[in-house]
Design a protein around this ligand. Structure first.
Ligand SMILES: [Zn+2]
Length: 210
């Protein structure tokens, strides 16, 4: 399996989530760094960028040994804007192009960014840094509607004494979510989170068999 994305923290976080759902994948997930810029692309430009990522993934698989194929490709990107019709449209357009070019690919477009997913797990945050606390007014909300989840983590969750959140904390937060068995206890919602797990389920049924 290949995870493509621009940011190593985001890729590592996705890897943790995917391995939790599909333990058999441990040790076989490869990451590729790609300046994924798909959600604003259209037409031939979009097709070209998708082709480039798929080719990169195939190249990485071939390096693992002759005949090695990509079981599945996850392409991650942050939408950098809140949930709404524009998100739905962008996701649909890019996913359609990915499916046009490969049978086994998923587009993980987070709203507004992957930090919004962390806000679904207020109980996991203090297990990473004791003083981190999600203010009650943000608990149980649609975190895809928060314009700046990263800023919220930096200024409101970790504003107390103690260490401030930085992007490099992301993998540890998702690790804490998984290890603390919080995955099944989502507080609030985020449609990009739901969509991601829908893809993971489908992946298990259709791409990872055998
Ligand atoms: Zn898949």
């Amino acid at each position: 399996m290949v995870i493509a994305g621009e940011d190593s923290n985001d890729r590592e976080s996705l890897k943790t989530l995917l391995e939790e759902k599909h333990p058999a994948l441990r040790g076989s997930i490869v990451q590729i760094r790609d300046t994924v810029r798909l959600h604003k692309a259209t037409g031939e430009n979009l097709a070209k960028r998708v082709r480039s990522i798929i080719n990169k993934a195939k190249g990485v698989a071939e390096k693992q040994g002759p005949g090695t194929r990509v079981a599945c490709l996850y392409v991650h990107e942050d939408f950098d804007a809140v949930d709404g019709p524009a998100y739905v449209e962008a996701h649909r357009r890019v996913e359609q192009e990915i499916h046009h070019q490969t049978d086994n690919g998923h587009y993980v477009l987070a709203v507004a960014e992957m930090e919004a997913w962390m806000l679904l797990f207020p109980e996991a945050l203090p297990t990473v840094v004791k003083t981190w606390k999600l203010p009650t007014k943000y608990v149980g909300r649609d975190t895809g509607r928060f314009a700046d989840p990263k800023g919220l983590l930096m200024r409101e969750v970790s504003k107390a004494k103690g260490r401030r959140y930085t992007e490099s904390d992301a993998p540890a937060v998702f690790r804490a979510v998984v290890d603390g068995r919080h995955l099944g206890a989502v507080q609030g919602s985020n449609s990009s989170w739901t969509r991601f797990w829908h893809d993971v389920e489908l992946c298990g049924r259709e791409h990872l068999r055998g």
